[in-house]
Write a protein that binds this ligand. Structure first.
Ligand SMILES: *Cc1c(COP(=O)(O)O)cnc(C)c1O
Length: 818
C-alpha cells in the first residue's frame, strides 16, 4: 500500500519533534539547516516505506529491469522533488509557514548534488524520474563523486573554479549498502591454465583491488508509491590499511590499493562534449561498470538459475560511450566466472546491452590508447581483441575486399580502442537523441555502421520532466494550468494542448503574463542579491543558459549584444524594447576560449550596464554558478530562449524544452530538437535563423567557407570585431580578446577559422532578432505565442521518451503496486 504524506498539522508536529530529537533544540532555536534536515527525515520516513513496498513487489513480480548506466546523474536537490512526488509539498510549505519559516530558505540549505556536467547527466536524472512515475522497474548506476561539478565564482569577470564538497556534511537522502559490496580489480597480468577438457582458464593475477560500496538514493515516482533506486558507487581499499600490522611483502601493494581507492571516486571530470584522455577516467568507467554488473547479476542469480536467460530480466542502457566497458566486462564475467563459452556469452551480452549516442563531434568520441587500456585491464583487453577480431571478420563477410572499411570501423585501430565502435558492435539497439541527430548518425557520422546494421538504429528524442521543471520550478504557472485544464498533464504532458482554448482569451493571457512577470520579479531579486545589478522585470528577459562551448555559440549572442549597443548609441531615438540579456554557463576548467568568452560577456556587461546614455535599454547579466537549482527559476522567468548552436552540432538539447514548458519563445537554429519544436509549433511561434545542417555539413566537406569574406561584406560585423581588439571592452589590455578574434578570422595562420560559422549566421541572427523585438511590442501577440509554446510542449516530456524506450528497446512491464 502506498503511504501518503501526513497532514499539515502532523507534519508541523513531526518537524518540531525531529528538531528536538536530532539536535536537542526547541524549534525556535533551530538553524535553517537543522530545519532542512528535520524536514528531510519527515519526508524520508514516507519515502522509505514506499521504497520497501516497491522492493517487495520486485521480489514477488520478478519483472525485467533496466539498468541505466551513466557516468553522470545531475539529479538536483531532492527535498522539493520528493515532497512534490509524495504529494506533500503544499502541506510541508503550510506547516513551515505556521512555524514562521519560508520553504524556499529551507530547500536552499540542501547542497545541489552536481554529479554531472550538463545535458547528458540531467537527461539521466529526468529518465529516472519518468521511469518511477510510469512504474517501470529501473536502477540508475553511477559514481559517488566526492567532489561534483565545481562551483563557479566570477572574480573580475573571470571564472574561478571552487571545489564542491557536497558530502562535507551527511547527505540525508543516501543509504550506504555495505551488504552489496563487490571487488573490482585493476592492473596485473593474465595466466593461462589449460584444463583437462581442452578449454583454457584465464587467471588474473598481480592486480590491485578496491571494494566498491553502493550508496542507494530513492527515486520517487509521482503519486504512485513507486520508489526506484539510484546506486552510486564509492571505493574503499580492500583491506583497511593498518600501519601497525602489515604482512611484510604486501606493504607496497596495500599502499597502492589504498591510493587507488582514494583517487577513484574523488572528482567528476568537468568536460562537456569533450574527452580528456586521463587514465583515471578509464578507471572510473571500469569501476562503476564492473560493480553495477556484479550487483545486477547477483540480484538475478538470487532468484534464477539459468544465466542464459539473463536477457529476459536485465537490460543495460549505456548513456553515451562512457559505460561501454559494460560489453567486455559482462563477457568476462559470463566466461571467467560463470564458465560460459564465447558464443554463449556473446549471445547473452548482445541481447542485454543497448547504446545511446550523444554527439557527432569528433573531439567527444572516446578513444583510449591501447597500451594504457591493456596495462590497466589486461583480461578485458584480451576480450576486446577477440570482439574486434570477430567483428572485423563480420565486416569482411558483408563487404568482401573492402579493407578500408574494415580499418574505418575496427574497434582496435591506430593504437586506440574506439569505444563507440565496440558499443555499436555489441548493442542490439543504437539510438540518437533527436530526429535530426539520428539522421546525421545514419547518413554521415556512423554511415558505415548503419550500412552494416541498419536494423539497430533508431531515434529517441530526448525529453524533460514536467514535475521538476514546471511543478517545482514554476508553481504559479503550474497552479494556473491546473485551474484551466485539470491535473492530467502532470503525468501526460500531451494534455497541455487543452490550453489551446485560451490562446485568444485576453483575460487568460493577462493572467498568464502576470505569472511570467511575477517569476521575472523573483529572478530580478535573485540577480540583485547575487550580482548587485538592478534589472527591470518589465524588460524582455532574453536568456542563454547552458554549458559554455564554442558550438553553442554564446559568442554569437554577445557579439549581437555588442551590435545592438552600437545601434542604440549611433541612433538614440531608435525604437528598441528594453531587454535584459541573461547568461549562465560553466566552462570546463581547461577550455581557454570558453573561459575567455565568459570574461567577454562580463566585460561587455560592465560597459553597457554603466552607460547612462542608453537609458537602461540594454542590461547584461552573467548569473554565477548555473546549476539545476537556479536553472528552475531562470526558465520560469524567461521570455526569449536562445538555442543558437551551429546546425548539426547540438544532438538534441533539453534546455530548449524547459524554456518552452515555461512559456518562453525560442530563437534558434534548425538543430537538435529545435527542429521538432518547430514541427510541433508551426513557424508562427518560433524564430528560426541561420544555415541548415545540410549547408553546414556541405561547407565542412568542401572546406569552402571563408569568414573574412563575410566580414568584408558587412560593416556591422567589421565594427563589432574591431571592438574585440581595440580596447573597447578591455581598456587595460586591448589584446585580451585577440584569441577570440583570431578564432573567428585567423588571417595569418593556416588553422581553420570560425569553425562554428558565427560570422556566417550573424546577419541572419540580427534580422530574425528584430522580429522578436517587433512581436514583443504587441502584448497579446506575444502572450499568445508564449502560451502556444506551453500548449505544444507535450512531445517533450521524458515520460514520452521513456515510453518509447520501453516499447522499442527495453520491453518492460509496469510494476503492480496495488
Ligand atoms: C537542462 C540543463 C542543461 C542542458 O542544457 P542545454 O541547453 O540542452 O545544453 C545543462 N545544465 C543544467 C543545469 C540543466 O538543467
Amino acid at each position: 500500500m502506498k503511504r501518503q504524506m501526513p497532514s499539515t498539522r502532523e507534519i508541523e508536529q513531526e518537524i518540531v519533534g525531529r528538531v528536538k530529537t536530532m539536535f536537542r533544540k526547541d524549534f525556535e532555536m533551530a538553524t535553517k539547516e537543522e530545519i532542512y534536515r528535520a524536514c528531510a527525515e519527515v519526508v524520508n520516513d514516507v519515502v522509505i516505506d514506499n521504497w520497501l513496498t516497491t522492493q517487495k513487489s520486485f521480489v514477488q513480480q520478478d519483472p525485467k529491469c533496466v539498468y541505466y548506466m551513466s557516468m553522470e546523474f545531475l539529479i538536483g536537490r531532492l527535498l522539493g522533488n520528493n515532497m512534490i512526488n509524495m504529494r506533500g509539498y503544499t502541506e510541508v510549505m503550510d506547516a513551515l509557514d505556521e512555524l514562521g519559516v519560508d520553504i524556499n530558505e529551507v530547500e536552499d540549505q540542501e547542497p545541489d548534488p552536481a554529479l554531472g556536467n550538463g545535458g547528458l547527466g540531467r537527461l539521466a536524472a529526468c529518465f529516472l524520474d519518468s521511469l518511477a512515475t510510469l512504474q517501470y522497474p529501473a536502477y540508475g548506476c553511477g559514481i559517488r563523486y566526492h567532489y561534483g561539478m565545481f562551483k563557479q565564482k566570477i572574480e573580475d569577470g573571470y571564472q574561478q573554479e571552487v571545489p564542491d564538497n557536497w558530502l562535507q556534511t551527511r547527505y540525508p537522502f543516501e543509504l550506504q549498502r555495505t551488504e552489496y559490496e563487490f571487488e573490482v580489480r585493476f592492473g596485473g597480468w593474465v595466466r593461462y591454465d589449460s584444463q583437462p577438457d581442452g578449454t583454457t582458464k584465464y587467471i588474473h593475477e598481480g592486480y590491485n583491488a578496491v571494494i566498491a560500496t553502493p550508496y542507494d538514493l530513492p527515486v520517487t515516482g509521482f503519486d504512485n508509491g513507486m520508489v526506484n533506486t539510484l546506486m552510486i558507487w564509492d571505493a574503499k581499499p580492500k583491506e583497511v590499511f593498518r600501519l601497525d600490522s602489515f604482512e611484510k611483502g604486501d606493504y607496497s601493494r596495500a599502499v597502492e590499493d589504498m591510493n587507488l581507492a582514494r583517487n577513484l571516486t574523488e572528482v567528476l571530470y568537468p568536460n562537456d562534449n569533450h574527452i580528456q584522455g586521463k587514465e583515471l577516467r578509464l578507471k572510473q568507467q571500469y569501476f562503476f561498470v564492473s560493480a553495477s554488473i556484479q550487483r545486477a547479476l547477483a540480484k538475478y542469480l538470487r532468484y534464477h538459475k539459468d544465466i542464459k536467460k539473463l536477457p529476459e530480466k536485465v537490460v543495460f542502457q549505456m548513456n553515451d560511450t562512457h559505460p561501454t566497458l559494460t560489453v567486455a566486462e559482462l563477457m568476462r564475467i559470463l566466461m571467467d566466472v560463470h564458465g560460459l563459452g564465447w558464443d554463449e556469452a556473446w549471445e547473452i551480452t548482445t541481447h542485454c546491452v543497448a547504446y545511446t549516442n550523444h554527439t557527432i563531434m569528433s573531439e567527444a568520441l572516446e578513444k583510449w590508447p591501447q597500451d594504457i587500456f591493456k596495462r590497466l585491464l589486461p583480461r578485458v583487453f584480451m576480450i576486446v581483441e577477440e570482439i574486434n577480431r570477430r567483428f572485423c571478420d563480420e565486416i569482411r563477410a558483408k563487404f568482401p575486399g573492402d579493407e578500408d572499411r574494415v580499418h574505418r570501423m575496427a574497434i582496435l585501430a591506430d593504437d586506440q580502442v574506439k569505444m563507440a565502435h565496440m558499443a555499436i558492435a555489441a548493442s542490439y539497439s543504437v539510438n540518437g537523441v533527436a530526429a535530426l541527430h539520428t539522421e546525421i548518425l545514419k547518413n554521415v557520422s556512423l554511415h558505415d555502421f548503419y550500412e552494416m546494421y541498419p536494423e539497430k538504429f533508431n531515434n529517441k528524442t530526448n525529453g524533460i520532466t514536467q514535475r521538476r521543471f514546471l511543478m517545482h520550478g514554476n508553481y504559479k504557472l503550474s497552479d494556473w494550468v491546473i485551474k484551466k485544464i485539470g491535473r492530467g498533464w502532470i503525468t501526460d504532458l500531451s494534455q497541455m494542448k487543452k490550453l489551446e482554448s485560451f490562446v485568444d482569451d485576453k483575460k487568460s493571457l493577462d493572467e498568464f503574463m502576470a505569472i511570467k512577470l511575477d517569476n521575472k520579479k523573483r529572478l530580478a531579486k535573485y540577480i540583485w542579491e547575487h550580482n548587485g545589478i538592478e534589472v527591470d522585470p518589465n524588460s524582455i528577459f532574453d536568456v542563454q543558459v547552458k554549458r559554455l562551448h564554442e558550438y553553442k555559440r554564446q559568442l554569437l549572442n554577445i557579439l549581437h549584444v555588442m551590435y545592438l549597443y552600437n545601434q542604440i548609441k549611433e541612433n538614440p531615438e531608435m525604437d528598441f524594447y528594453p531587454t535584459t540579456f541573461i547568461f549562465g554557463a560553466k566552462a570546463s576548467a581547461g577550455y581557454e576560449n570558453a573561459k575567455l568568452i565568459i570574461k567577454l560577456i562580463n566585460n561587455v556587461a560592465a560597459v553597457i550596464n554603466n552607460d547612462k546614455s542608453i537609458d537602461d535599454k540594454i542590461k547584461v547579466v552573467f548569473i554565477e554558478d548555473y546549476r539545476v537549482s537556479n536553472a528552475e527559476w531562470i526558465f520560469a522567468a524567461a521570455d526569449v530562449s536562445e538555442q543558437i548552436s551551429t546546425a548539426s552540432k547540438e544532438a538534441s538539447g533539453t534546455g530548449n524544452m524547459k524554456f518552452m514548458l515555461n512559456g518562453a519563445v525560442t530563437i534558434g537554429t534548425m538543430d537538435g530538437a529545435n527542429v521538432e519544436m518547430y514541427q510541433e509549433l508551426g513557424g508562427e511561434n518560433i524564430y528560426i535563423f541561420g544555415m541548415s545542417s545540410d549547408e553546414v555539413i556541405a561547407h565542412e566537406k568542401n572546406n569552402d567557407y571563408n569568414p573574412v569574406d563575410v566580414m568584408n561584406g558587412n560593416h556591422h560585423i567589421q565594427k563589432v570585431l574591431q571592438q574585440l581588439v581595440n580596447g573597447n571592452y578591455s581598456i587595460d589590455n586591448p589584446e585580451l580578446f585577440r584569441p577570440l578574434y583570431n578564432s573567428l578570422l585567423n588571417t595569418q595562420c593556416t588553422a581553420k577559422a570560425d569553425t562554428y560559422f558565427v560570422l556566417k549566421d550573424f546577419a541572419s541572427y540580427c534580422e530574425t532578432y528584430e522580429k522578436i523585438q517587433e512581436a514583443y511590442k504587441d502584448k497579446y501577440k506575444w502572450a499568445k505565442m508564449a502560451l502556444e509554446n506551453v500548449a505544444h510542449v507535450g512531445k517533450f516530456s521524458s515520460d514520452r521518451t521513456i515510453q518509447e524506450y520501453v516499447d522499442d528497446i527495453w520491453h518492460l512491464d509496469k510494476l503492480d503496486l496495488k
